[in-house]
Design a protein. Structure first.
Length: 118
């Protein structure tokens, strides 16, 4: 069992940036691929980004490619999502997850709210 705790969400203006973090504990973090998903009100949860255990492979949804960057620090058992050039349509609850690459989630965190609004 792995426990995932997200942080870093908040309110930001369009065009702004946020960095989400997901701290993992439990099952060995460095051996697992990780991902971020999001769910907007009234919509299904969708894939955002994923990263392999080594960090050598990354995957992105077309809607965030070029704006978001996923990374990880295995020494800190943490995965990050740097979000730049945020748009109102990025507003959602963002969830961290362990994944079977590239996009199949397994374990979920509790989520963190990101709101992009002026």
């Amino acid at each position: 069992q792995v426990q995932l705790i997200e942080s870093g969400g908040g309110l930001v203006q369009p065009g702004g940036s946020l960095r989400l973090a997901c701290a993992a504990s439990g099952r060995t973090f460095s051996s697992g691929s990780m991902g971020w998903f999001r769910q907007a009100p009234g919509k299904e949860r969708e894939f955002v980004a994923a990263i392999s255990w080594s960090g050598g492979s990354t995957y992105y949804a077309d809607s965030v490619k070029g704006r978001f960057t996923i990374s990880r620090d295995n020494a800190k058992n943490t995965v990050y999502l740097q979000m730049n050039s945020l748009k109102p349509e990025d507003t959602a609850v963002y969830y961290c997850a362990t994944v079977n690459l590239p996009t199949t989630p397994r374990d979920w965190g509790q989520g963190t709210q990101v709101t992009v609004s002026s």
